[in-house]
Design a protein around this ligand. Structure first.
Ligand code: NAI
Length: 334
């Protein structure tokens, strides 16, 4: 199928071309998909998009006008796709529901261990010839209570890793995972998790219900000095509230791989540009905040799987052998 691949980075092209092995005609665009770039999809059968592409009703309508019948997402999340619109215009949306939950869970662990032991500061200090240990006191993870919000594939992988550290795991999910319960994970209400955890890690999808689940009220429920980790979606956290709670020390540590307004910042080299987003600039200035730019998925294992499933989705659409588990349907957002 002739497919327009948006938001292409060098690694996307490398992994997709390898998985494709010349079967489909893939044309790579560095541009994100947005209202002003829709026209690039003219003459194509399908578009391939990533997390920060704009798949709003306006864009979907534009794609429908160009005769696009298929959108293949190189990601699991689909909160950025207007599924009402794709359904209205009869455009099929296929995603990669699971590639490597371990990649994301292990990145969450990297954020946790770095913040707990201040290795981000130690690294810079030693490079600067400063071998002093002053103000580098960290804390043991052993015996701490880790609260996991959303124990699907990634949350479950994180629970298993943190049990290995000797942490107590408490969790909130409407659908408790029996295997985790068997291993000692305790399910409770979201409020109870917020109140009891020393470290809270978010692993639920972004939905209207979970939008700003971390806000002034829920931050107030948490222990003073709590560590908050978000590798899920930026809009789960009200950034302004988080900044307020970081300033007064209630929020002790914040590790984020996703950010509310990341579409304008992440995946770009802005090192020579004045950053106009005051919230991210403020966050970058806290010593106890660690930010990575949506890289939790970025491992060889995950990229290989994303590319293979994306090409498989194109093959299956062409052969009319759709893998139902990969379909993003209207029922999933209602
Ligand atoms: P999953 O679908 O396997 O698990 C999500 C879990 O969250 C489910 O068990 C569900 O019942 C639960 N859930 C839904 N709403 C909830 C709520 N309001 N409160 C508590 N639990 C809730 O998804 P998976 O694969 O574990 O991914 C989780 C999220 O991680 C994705 O939605 C995506 O936003 C994010 N992600 C981030 C990546 C990154 O590179 N930073 C890469 C891949 C995914």
């Amino acid at each position: 199928m002739k497919t327009a691949v948006f938001s292409t980075k060098v690694y996307d092209k490398d992994y997709l071309e390898k998985a494709n092995a010349g079967r489909h005609e893939l044309v790579f665009f560095e541009s994100t998909l947005r209202p002003s770039s829709v026209r690039l999809a003219e003459g194509f059968d399908a578009v391939c998009a990533f997390v920060n592409d704009n798949l709003s009703a306006e864009v979907i309508e534009g794609l429908a006008r160009l005769g696009i019948k298929l959108i293949v997402l190189r990601c699991a999340g689909f909160n950025h796709v207007d599924i009402e619109a794709t359904s209205k215009y009869d455009i099929m949306v296929l995603r990669v529901p699971a590639y490597s939950p371990h990649a994301v869970a292990e990145h969450a662990v990297a954020l946790i261990t770095t913040l707990a032991r201040k290795t981000h500061k130690a690294y810079n200090r030693v490079r600067d010839g400063n071998f002093s240990l002053e103000r580098l006191i960290g804390y043991d993870l052993f015996g701490k209570t880790v609260g996991i919000i959303g124990t699907g594939r990634i949350g479950a992988a994180l629970a298993n890793i943190m049990m290995g550290f000797g942490c107590n795991i408490i969790a909130f999910d409407r659908y408790p995972n029996k295997e985790l319960i068997g291993k000692g994970v305790k399910y409770m209400t979201q409020d109870e998790v917020f109140a009891q955890a020393d470290i809270i890690s978010l692993h639920c999808p972004l939905t209207p219900e979970s939008h700003h689940m971390i806000n002034r009220e829920t931050l107030n429920q948490m222990k003073r000095g709590v560590m908050l980790i978000n590798t899920s979606r930026g809009k789960l956290i009200d950034t302004e509230a988080a900044i307020e709670f970081l300033k007064d020390g209630h929020l002790g540590y914040l590790g984020i791989d996703v950010y509310e307004q990341e579409e304008k910042i992440f995946f770009k080299d802005l090192s020579e540009v004045v950053i106009r987003d005051d919230k991210i600039s403020r966050l970058m200035n806290f010593p106890n905040v660690l930010i990575t730019a949506h890289q939790a998925f970025l491992t060889d294992t995950a990229l290989t799987q994303i590319a293979l499933t994306t090409i498989e989705n194109l093959n299956n659409y062409e052969n009319e052998t759709i893998e139902q588990a990969n379909v993003v349907s209207l029922e999933m957002v209602r």
